[in-house]
Every structure is written in structure tokens, then in C-alpha cells.
Design a protein around this ligand. Structure first.
Ligand code: MG
Length: 372
């Protein structure tokens, strides 16, 4: 299909509560939405790298500029027949996976729409719904956290993820395990530790966690392999997996036993599906992670999560978790499986069945550009 026009919107979406992690605090979810048009068809993609370069080296304002100056002009007016062709047109630009992911997710959504296919079918999925987990950032007190976890368990969430950083670490985790001895938990360190903290990770082995997510540096594979060899708890990589090549290296080095795949972080669906397939081949289960996307970006994640090697419950949240009014419409809501487990369902409509609300998009837009 020929790419006739590309619209870019850098948005800041006010969160109900600040999102606190090992790298800091976010008051807004910042993302870049991309509208691709081909003839009479148009579809949206989204990439949500956050406001500051603290999760990864990319940030929403930078992604907007890289797209506007370099990546979008490279595909405007071009015939692009596949995700591989799109990536080939962008390959001479180094890195910048979140920026590439904005175009790549939009291309896949547009292609699915034109073919009359739901996006998850176009990606190769056979499921229509998958379970989701609960996820808690750093709170004001351990009592607040325990109350929130109790509610999540009552609501039937199959696993609970806890943000973990110096000062909100072993004492918190021991208190949680004492209170909830049988629940499935894992922690996300957001690259807040070093291999010198090995003794602390050895002590975590006694707490029977499902995994430790991204304990070490955001761009490391080697020290993660050393840590994984020294502890029983599986290591899960998030920040470190930014491309298909990085995934191949992680398998070779034995850096992890789980992978969290986010379409933006790896450069879009073309790479996300390839990484999913490499992991399946290597016997590494995956799960889909979330950033602070609108309901448009969250539905892109929902579509990806339907692939069959995503066997650990996803980090995909209903709109009401973060936003008073979601920029994406319709809002994303959770449904329940027959056994009551909270889940997300992929709609049986061409594409993703969602787009930004035009008025809200204008209100929340920090920068906008149209290339045609
Ligand atoms: Mg993470």
C-alpha cells in the first residue's frame, strides 16, 4: 500500500495518580500517536516512551522530532507491502525503537483494516481473550499496598506485580509474602540494581517469586546472565530487549527465563512477533507489558497479547486505572473469563476498533505535524 499522509501528535495525558517507579514519578502519560492514510483508509498507531528518557534513552518529545524529521519522510509516498519492508526503509536510522514502533504499529493496524481482518488475526493469533495481572507502583505505606493487593486478589487477578526500588524493597516484599503466602507475585526493578546487589537477590530466592523483572542496567545482557546463573528465581528482561538481535544475544548468553515484550520498546509489531517466535523456539515464555498508553496503544498491546507464547498474564489495564477520560475511544475495559479471571478481549472487527477522540486529541496535543 502507498503511504499518502502521516499525522504525528505528541500528547500529554494527565494521570489520576502519579506513577512511581525506580526511575522516578510521572504525572502525565506522554505518547506519540501516528495516523497513516492510504487512499480511503486510515489507522492509528501509538508509542508511549514516557515524558523523560528515564525508562529508556527515548522520550516522547524526542520521538516526535525523530519521526517528523527523519522516519516519516522516509516512508511518505512509498509503497510498503509488509512490516519487513517498512523496517527496511527505516533500517539506516540507528536505534530509536519507540519512534519506529509508532509507524510500525500504525502500518499493521492499517494493513489489517484494509484486509478486513482484526489486528490480532493479522499478527497470527488464534485466541480472542487472555488473562491480565494487577500491578502496583510505589505507595505511601506498606499498609496501603497490602490493602490494594487484598482487593486485587478478591477481584481474581491471577498474579500481582510490585515495583521494587531501594527503600521499597526486601521489607516490603517480606511483609507482602507474609500476608499472602500463596499468591503469585513478581517484582519489577526497572534497572535499579547492580550485580553487586547479588546477596539481596539471593535472599529474594526464599520468597518464591514468579520472576524478577529487569533487575540490572537497562542496556545489559551480560550481568543479567551472571545473575540468572547465581539465583533460582527466573530473571525477566524488559528494558534490555530493544530489538530482534538483542533477543538473539539474550538467548545465547542465557540472560533470562522470561521476556516482557512491549511493541514500542522493540520497534513495533514486526520485531515483537519475531522476538515472540525466537522465545517460543528457545522455550522462553513471554508476556505483554504496558507503558502509559491511551486506549489506542493499549488495544495494540491487546492484539499482540493474543499470540500463543504469551503465557504469563499481561500488564494491560482498563482506561479507568490511569485516566479520568481516556484519549482513546472506546475506553478499554476488562472482561471476565468463565472462571472469573479478569481478562482483555480482542474485538472481532477489522483493525483495532479504536481511535483517539478528536476533541480530546486537540486538547492534549503538545506538538502536531502532518506530512503529505
Ligand atoms: Mg518493566
Amino acid at each position: 500500500m502507498r503511504i499518502d499522509s502521516i499525522e504525528l501528535c505528541h500528547v500529554a495525558m494527565p494521570l489520576i495518580y502519579p506513577w512511581r517507579t525506580a526511575y522516578g514519578e510521572d504525572a502525565n502519560g506522554e505518547s506519540v500517536l501516528v495516523r497513516l492514510r492510504s487512499g480511503e483508509w486510515e489507522a492509528w498507531g501509538e508509542s508511549a516512551p514516557l515524558a523523560a528518557p528515564c525508562y529508556s534513552p527515548e522520550w516522547a518529545g524526542g520521538v516526535f522530532h525523530v519521526l517528523k524529521e527523519w522516519l516519516a519522510p522516509a516512508i511518505l509516498g512509498q509503497e510498503i507491502a509488509s512490516g519487513e519492508q517498512l523496517q527496511a526503509r527505516l533500517a539506516h536510522f540507528k536505534g530509536n525503537p519507540f519512534a519506529k514502533g509508532a509507524l510500525d504499529t500504525a502500518w499493521w493496524a492499517l494493513d489489517a483494516l484494509r484486509r478486513g481482518l482484526p489486528l490480532h488475526r493479522a499478527l497470527g493469533a488464534t485466541r480472542d481473550a487472555v488473562p491480565v495481572g494487577a500491578d502496583f507502583g510505589i505507595m505511601d505505606s506498606i499498609a496501603d499496598l497490602l490493602a490494594a493487593i487484598r482487593q486485587a486478589i478478591e477481584d481474581g487477578f491471577p498474579r500481582v506485580k510490585l515495583k521494587f526500588r531501594p527503600g521499597w524493597d526486601l521489607d516490603m516484599l517480606r511483609a507482602v509474602r507474609r500476608e499472602f503466602p500463596r499468591q503469585v507475585f513478581h517484582i519489577d526493578c526497572n534497572s535499579g540494581y547492580r550485580l553487586a546487589d547479588l546477596e539481596m537477590f539471593r535472599r529474594i530466592d526464599d520468597l518464591n517469586l514468579a520472576m524478577i523483572e529487569q533487575p540490572l542496567a537497562h542496556d545489559d545482557l551480560v550481568d543479567h546472565a551472571k545473575l540468572q546463573a547465581a539465583i533460582r528465581t527466573p530473571v525477566c528482561l524488559d528494558e534490555s530487549i530493544t530489538s530482534v538481535e538483542r533477543m538473539r544475544h539474550a538467548v545465547e548468553l542465557k540472560s533470562c527465563r522470561y521476556v516482557n515484550i512491549k511493541p514500542g520498546r522493540v520497534g513495533g509489531f514486526t520485531a515483537a512477533v519475531a522476538i515472540h517466535d525466537i522465545c517460543r523456539q528457545a522455550g522462553i515464555p513471554c508476556w505483554v507489558g504496558g507503558m502509559l498508553e491511551s486506549a489506542v496503544g493499549a488495544r495494540l498491546c491487546v492484539a499482540l497479547a493474543m499470540l500463543d507464547n504469551f503465557t504469563y498474564p499481561a500488564d494491560i489495564f482498563p482506561s479507568s486505572r490511569f485516566y479520568r477520560r481516556d484519549l482513546g475511544t472506546p475506553e478499554l475495559t476488562l472482561t471476565r473469563a468463565a472462571d472469573g479471571t479478569p481478562q482483555v478481549a480482542a474485538p472481532d472487527v477489522p483493525g483495532i476498533g479504536a481511535q483517539p477522540d478528536p476533541e480530546l486529541l486537540t486538547a492534549l496535543c503538545r506538538q502536531r505535524a502532518i506530512l503529505e
